[in-house]
Design a protein around this ligand. Sequence first.
Ligand SMILES: Nc1ncnc2c1ncn2[C@@H]1O[C@H](COP(=O)(O)OP(=O)(O)OP(=O)(O)O)[C@@H](O)[C@H]1O
Ligand SMILES: [Mg+2]
Length: 237
Amino acid sequence: MLKIKGLSAAYGEAQVLHEVSLDVNAGEVVALLGRNGMGKTSLVRTAMGLAFPQKTAGEITMGGESLEGLPSYKISQMGIGYVPQGRRLFASLTVLEHLSVLDKGSKRGTEGAWTIDEVFQAFPRLKERIHHKGNQLSGGERQMLAIGRSLMIGPSVLLMDEPTEGLDPVMVGLVEDILKKLKQSGLGILLVEQNLYSALAVADRVFIMETGQLVWSGLPSELLNNEETLHKYLGVH
Ligand SMILES: Nc1ncnc2c1ncn2[C@@H]1O[C@H](COP(=O)(O)OP(=O)(O)OP(=O)(O)O)[C@@H](O)[C@H]1O
Ligand SMILES: [Mg+2]
């Protein structure tokens, strides 16, 4: 579905991605691991067509269609959902307002688009906080809202940048459950994670990024049994 081939990107003169190739198919979770500052967010941002970093080489296609030169709203209309790192929300908009913006007017990719009610069913806590503003939500609640709104465009592929960052173990478990359900429903997910065990609990395949290059790929079970790789690239002792 989503194919990234030979992708390079730079912030000005500083190259941040070096010929990265990976793909995400329907119904699978692909985990992208790597230590701080290795280029994971840069990869996801480039795929979403965001202004920085700038793509310098390579191609990205979704269902065979090129994303070349498309603005990010067009990319999301092609069925690519995005949950940014740090759950960007609007401080002054309520939970309901965040979701209502997406409830109408989306023309493409609406097949499988979640309704506000479905978001509230999946995350009952959000319903209890329906009139709370973005800056009045806890980190976990913000994460639920960020995931919920990304599903309202009816994505076929979801790019999630560290969705469990800063969450307590109960919330981490909730996010893992949601990911498993989404995967079962046929969604393809690119999951950027620092939380190794959470990623391995849901991933079908794993890639490791080191200074902008993919340096290892394999199955979760292979990674768990590979002490050298865990130590070298993820700092696990
Ligand atoms: N706007 C920017 N301008 C210049 N350099 C940047 C910018 N954003 C990130 N970088 C640099 O690009 C490199 C990769 O950053 P990136 O945010 O992609 O890493 P990451 O793997 O997502 O890290 P983390 O796990 O901490 O989120 C880092 O060296 C970072 O300092
Ligand atoms: Mg990041």
